[in-house]
Design a protein around this ligand. Sequence first.
Ligand code: ADP
Ligand code: MG
Length: 616
Amino acid sequence: MGKVAINIATGSLQTEEIIVGIDLGTTNSLVAIVRKDTARPIALKETDGLALVPSIVHFDEYGNITVGNPARDMLLKQPERTIYSVKRLMGKSYKDVSGHSGFFAYNIIDDDSDALVKIQVGERFYSPIELSSYILKELKKRAEHLLKVNISKAVITVPAYFNDAQRQATRDAGRLAGLDVLRIINEPTAASLAYGIGAKHHEEKTIAVYDLGGGTFDVSILTISNGIFEVLSTNGDTYLGGDDMDNAIVQHWSVQLGITGQADKNLMQQLRMVAEDAKKHLTSNEAFAGEVGGRTVLLTRPEFESLIQPLVNRTITACTNALRDAGVTKEKIDAVVMVGGSTRVPLVKTSVRNFFGREVNDDLNPDEVVALGAAVQADILAGNNAEMLLLDVTPLSLGIETMGGLMDVLIPRNSKIPNRAARQYTTQKDGQSGMRISVFQGERDLVKDNRKLAELNLTGIPGMPAGLPKVEVTFLIDADGILRVSAVELRSGVAQTIEVKPQYGLTDEQVEQMLMDSLTHAKEDIGTRALVEAATEAQQMLDTTGKFIVKYQDQLQPEEVALTKEHMKLLELAIAAQDKDKIQHCTEQLNEISRPYAERVMEGALKDAMKGRKVL
Ligand code: ADP
Ligand code: MG
């Protein structure tokens, strides 16, 4: 018998858990789920329309917090207490945003330029993570109310260009809001899932996702192959969006009405609100008439289009750049997906259509696409959709130990799974018949600081001189996160395979700790890495030189041999002293000394080899 729970909050029976998909947007946020009966994703709706929640938080003097439309209304009245666009600040230090501080009407604290930003409201300071958590809490509360179930698990989307810090911050915001964030997925990936592109096994597609929101624009080129989404490139402008269209209208009207730069803030804000109404109106009408401060404002569709033409052109340039960076031509694009409220603007649609020379996917509501895709992903995670493959990322880098105890990463952290990577290695010693391949997980440069997952011994390599065998090591992570490591010596075909469970036994805290450590020790690691590399190179130099002077001793002058031996000794001492600069210096010297006779000997050998042979 299955478990039945009673939801204390709603008093209803709760039989099944729902994992929601959340589009945590810069301007608006939205929750979607996959309906049990139809198995199709839907965005949550209030009785009066879409449950789109403006991503705005207001704090009153008494510490009360409001989120969404009521907070939006406070933008005018209490700009210093009304926080918008917090997504722009996620995972950012003050230094990162200082160039744009004029953009924010509220107070961003700048006491320590390397620390993460804080926002001051009254006497209190808030981190962007806390602020985002308020938005998420509101979304969770509304969803629980509408669905009449408890919600504790979610998939949240982020832009493809978000770095680790920004993704981690988003995850933390979810956790603070009482949500178990099962997955952070890329917005363009979500959009493509919403349209069901690349959802089936053995499907291969290259698509462009054009996302023009309120304040940001990005275009991503993705390939989808066997359920693996790969972002080939993203391009765009994090300060370009629908707000800029509104501003262009405001500028236009300001000139018409004779309003100067010093106009009062209130009037400008009113103008901005009416400008946005005008823009939306012109999406389905040819002309707009409105009123600001007792005066009439007018705008026609052609006027609007000429105002925003430069903005639209910039997005098209970004499309060209994205294609170039991805190494893909327009003709290779199988589908163009339109995302974001501003893609409703007819000029935007036609420009994108003309640029790619094909119809665009705009059947779904552009406000909903990302949330719908997040819901599809959530449904896959809930195990309801066996048709589709699981998309996941590796929490930590996976690699093997190479010479000198260095970590050689084959699959970097945050790579999508399933995934596959291969690299070739060779032997260090003549006649070496075996190779030990140690698999590690972690971000540090030296394997001793990472976590060992497994070891694989490739034996039976036929005797060959050092450097000749070609051992290809392949990492394959399947959809369940199981890593399979195989090694094959390509010349002989000798092969070996093992299976490892990479994530096993590591808690979220441990993963976090390992990432923290990698940041703390980054400098130190670079130093160690340089030393290890220098020492490894020096050791190889010693080995080959040592062999050379024995093998060709009859062709060398006694002084040459004596000088070489002397410098080999010096280099050995430098290695023992672990002095990187000295090692490099002595390696160079040894190289200088041996080069002339090495060239002489090799040339002689070459001549001998050519004797009596015809050169074609
Ligand atoms: P974000 O991803 O940044 O949260 P959205 O995708 O929600 O943003 O897009 C918000 C933008 O879409 C706003 O600038 C809004 O004015 C614009 N928008 C919404 N509806 C329309 C419409 N009908 N016509 C033109 N622009 C619209
Ligand atoms: Mg968006």
